[in-house]
Design a protein around this ligand. Structure first.
Ligand SMILES: Cc1ncc(COP(=O)(O)O)c(C=O)c1O
Length: 345
């Protein structure tokens, strides 16, 4: 096992259903109910995505792998789940003023679609260096895009200006309980279909998907009495979640450098405590390993996966999460990639 795996003790008792942390109070049982409510709220607008398997990849890794294909989700990523949950939870007054966000890509397109489905406006701040395909698809879905310099300060300043001028609601890409609940619905579907999965591996950027997945697996483990462990997978060049998990203190991101553009963000004040309490570990992978995994998924599964979406499979392939002999759910989180700039051409 590589040094880059940080793991809690898989045998230790699961935490109780109630946790309180500075800056963000949360209750695992109440959050799980929010995930269940989100599943019925968003059901008319999203796909129940397929779960693919491959004998070749099972033999290569020595595990039974189940790929939850969120790259085939509406807008090409799991982000459609959280965005629809947040937008359809707004009361009519707030909805009329529209929604605002900042995002480098997939949340932007997802929020644009959710707003269009609710018949409201979405103002979206995107960094100038976001992949062109993600900017184009956000605009195509009706999002009103404002480009800004690629720094957190510039993103926040531009979003604040839009919030003041429109009176709209900020829908943060990950550090928002409605988003976290929506993202948890992918794991809910996976465990509904495959209740005896031992491990789920999810990518981690800001941690919305990983915290939602951890909440669902925790509730499932408690209900079935059979442990389902959740691991995060992260690029080495943007390893704040790994450092935060290791030290139990939320760590800042230092100039992320990775091909996985969806994973360049740092954990939030809501997502971090959930991950610290309920996830079992974080595995990190290099960009070369991410590329190898991305390419293998295209070749073997015949599906379009973006580098961020292949990070969990890279962690499995490289032995950064303990999977030998186990039944492993892998969340392929997205498939939005610029076809003119394929990373291996
Ligand atoms: C394809 C893809 N995977 C994973 C993530 C990470 O999600 P989160 O910020 O909820 O950790 C993102 C975020 O943009 C993404 O676009």
């Amino acid at each position: 096992m590589s040094e880059t795996l940080v793991s809690g003790d898989e045998n230790q008792g699961q935490p109780s259903s109630c946790r309180s942390t500075a800056g963000a109070d949360w209750d695992a049982a109440a959050m799980y109910r929010q995930v269940l409510a989100a599943a019925s709220r968003i059901q008319p607008y999203i796909y129940r995505t397929p779960v693919l398997t491959s004998r070749v990849l099972n033999e290569l890794t020595g595990a039974a792998l189940f790929f939850k294909c969120e790259n085939l989700q509406k807008t090409g990523s799991f982000k459609a789940r959280g965005a629809h949950n947040a937008v359809f939870l707004l009361d009519d007054d707030a909805a009329r003023r529209g929604v605002v966000t900042h995002s480098s890509g997939n949340h932007a397109a997802a929020l644009a679609l959710a707003a269009a489905n609710r018949g409201i406006t979405a103002q979206i701040v995107m960094p100038r260096n976001a992949p062109q395909t993600k900017i184009d698809s956000t605009r195509r879905l009706g999002g009103q895009v404002t480009l800004c310099e690629p720094t957190s300060a510039a993103r926040e300043a531009a979003a604040n200006t839009l919030l003041q001028t429109t009176g709209g609601t900020l829908v943060h890409p990950f550090d928002n309980w409605d988003i976290i609940a929506g993202q948890g619905t992918a794991a809910l579907e996976l465990l509904d279909e495959l209740p005896d999965v031992d491990v789920i591996v999810s990518p981690v950027g800001g941690g919305g998907l990983l915290s939602g997945t951890s909440l669902v697996a925790h509730a499932h483990s408690q209900a079935t009495g059979r442990a389902c462990h959740v691991y995060g997978a992260e690029p080495q060049g943007a390893d704040d979640a790994y450092r935060s998990f290791t030290t139990s203190i939320r760590q800042p991101m230092h100039e992320p450098r990775t091909i996985a553009d969806g994973l360049r963000t740092a954990l939030g004040e809501r997502t971090f405590p959930v991950i610290r309490e309920l996830a079992t570990g974080i595995g990190t992978v290099s960009d070369d390993e991410i590329l190898r995994a991305t390419r293998l998924l295209w070749e073997v599964l015949k599906i379009v996966v973006e580098p961020s979406g292949a990070v969990p499979f890279a962690a499995v392939l490289e032995g950064r999460v303990p999977i030998t002999g186990r039944r492993v759910g892998i969340i392929i989180s997205g498939g939005n990639i610029d076809l003119d700039k394929l990373p291996w051409s």
